[in-house]
Design a protein around this ligand. Structure first.
Ligand code: SF4
Length: 508
């Protein structure tokens, strides 16, 4: 049902923080438009939150890349944590899609949902329902934390999660707004929740003793790792840190609450994925230095070891010794598994520049890298390194950017999102889906070099099969032959040009 918005009327807010006008009809759905939703949320008292999001997750050159519902990022982070309950507050269609996607990606926990209708929004009963659900769920024997996520409509309507109790019987309550009109990508939505949790944990640590890590504190100073990685990568990073006298600390987003304390206790933080702006703010507030880039390939690992060593006050001789010990194996792995071919690369995971570095060091020609994430200080070493080698980087890349790059560079292999892969395969070009096939493998150290080359070379070798398939199916199921037919389809004559429409005033 279309909703007409009257911003002046929106100002007639209820004292509880609920926008009456914003809740008329079926509320502010996607159809209300991004600007209308944002304006309503600002009127509803969310201007501070939206302004923070604007600073943390800058838009442009495009308004917003095409990607899945951003809230999926926060939901996924909550669902992957032990003893954590995640509750959604939003339109049923959004919750259906998010729940479906969560379980498609193997969530092992239920998604909580507090439904609403126009009446419960108008009367403020939705907030009461959420509070009731939180109280009913806050059982310390089951949970360390409850995460409540406001989706677009409750955010635009100003449902005030900030008024939820901070703790109930020792169970933390984290309420966050993750609207599609404020958080550009699902990657950055992971940061919204990780940052909120780090902030909470930091204030706990500042106010008294907190739980030690499950396996006890490491004897060596640790480096916290920022970004979801393939499980082998933290192990590989741990081995790279060992000659520096350091150890790999927790990965943020963490898998349980107590790991947040361990991460905040680290000697330094490695921003492996470069979009965790809110999380970095919490680490910096805790006095932890943050190191850019990641140990990918030969050059990336050499620079990263030097930067981590410097951040942790490791003597220069020790850094040089670690480099001398580790780098030959990486160079060996790269030269043992060369990649020959032109590859375009795009994705929305945040690790696109790292993968591109590894491809270039393996011998591939990479003319274009598109990422849905913004340019940040933590990927600057990667940008510089790639641009020095002639790679064009597009931040906040749109699907149109990625497709235009495919058309322009005519690669031997396209690595990208689903529609890019589809387009490439239609054109008979081998293609790999970034999320499932590239970011789900090791990238760091020598293990990354060998593993990436294996999948890329297998895909490149598929070209003759694509050519054979295209030749065999040429003209089948396309154009006039598309659809289901009882008889052999025949090409119809082109329709005659339609007569120009008369203006309505002339009709009788
Ligand atoms: S929560 Fe917002 S961005 Fe996500 S599916 Fe619903 S309307 Fe779209």
């Amino acid at each position: 049902m279309p909703v007409s918005l009257d911003i002046a009327a929106l100002r007639a807010r209820r004292p509880e923080g609920i926008d009456l006008a914003a809740t008329q009809g079926d509320g502010l759905g996607c159809h209300a438009g991004k600007n209308a939703m944002r304006a309503a949320a600002e009127v509803a008292g969310l201007s501070g939150t939206l302004e923070q999001y604007r600073r943390d997750y800058p838009a442009g050159p495009h308004d917003q890349p095409q990607s899945m519902c951003p809230a999926f990022g926060s939901l996924r982070v909550g669902l992957r944590m032990r003893r954590t309950m995640t509750i959604l507050s939003g339109s049923a269609c959004c919750v259906y899609g998010l729940t479906f996607t969560s379980h498609f990606y193997g969530a092992r926990r239920s998604v909580g949902y507090v439904p609403f209708n126009s009446e419960t929004l108008v009367t403020g009963k939705l907030f009461e329902d959420i509070r009731e659900a939180v109280h009913a769920s806050a059982k310390p024997q089951d949970y360390d934390a409850i995460v409540v996520i406001n989706l677009c409509v409750p955010t635009a309507s100003g449902v005030p999660l900030r008024l939820l109790p901070k703790q109930i019987d020792g169970v933390r309550v984290i309420g966050i707004d993750v609207p599609g009109f404020g958080v550009p990508t699902h990657a950055e939505a992971k940061d919204v929740l990780a940052g909120a949790m780090l902030k909470f944990a930091r204030s706990e640590a500042e106010n008294g003793p907190v739980q030690a890590p499950r396996g006890g504190r490491s004897e060596r100073p640790s480096v916290a790792l920022l970004g979801e990685m393939f499980p082998v990568d933290p192990v590989v990073i741990g081995a790279l840190l060992e000659p520096l006298g350091l150890s790999a600390g927790p990965v943020v987003p963490t898998r349980e609450w107590r790991e947040l304390y361990g991460a905040l206790d680290a000697a330094a933080v490695a921003a492996i994925h470069p979009f965790y702006t809110a999380s970095v703010r919490e680490f910096e507030a805790a006095g932890r230095p943050v190191v850019s880039s990641a140990p990918v390939g030969h050059d990336g690992t050499a620079d990263w070891l030097a930067a981590i060593g410097k951040a942790c006050d490791v003597p220069q001789e020790k850094i040089a010794a670690a480099q001398n010990r580790l780098l030959p194996a990486i160079r060996g792995a790269l030269s043992a598994a060369p990649i020959r071919g032109r590859i375009t690369l795009s994705g929305y995971e945040g690790s696109e520049l790292l993968v591109a570095r590894l491809l270039v060091e393996s011998g591939a020609e990479v003319p274009y890298v598109g990422t849905a994430c913004p340019r940040t200080p933590w990927s600057e070493p990667d940008r510089t390194w790639l641009e020095e080698r002639g790679v064009t980087i597009r931040y906040r890349a749109s699907l149109e950017d990625d497709l235009a790059a495919f058309e322009e560079f005519r690669p031997d292999l396209a690595i990208g999102t689903t529609p890019v892969v589809q387009k490439a395969k239609e054109a008979g070009t081998p293609a790999l889906y970034f999320t499932n096939l590239i970011s789900a493998r090791p990238l760091m150290g020598a293990a990354g070099a060998g593993s990436l080359a294996k999948v890329v070379n297998a895909a490149l070798a598929n070209r003759p099969r694509f050519d054979a398939m295209r030749a065999f199916f040429e003209g089948v199921g396309t154009g006039h032959a598309a659809g289901i037919w009882q008889d052999v389809p025949t090409r119809k004559a082109a329709p005659k040009a339609a007569a120009p429409l008369k203006p309505i005033g002339e009709m009788v």
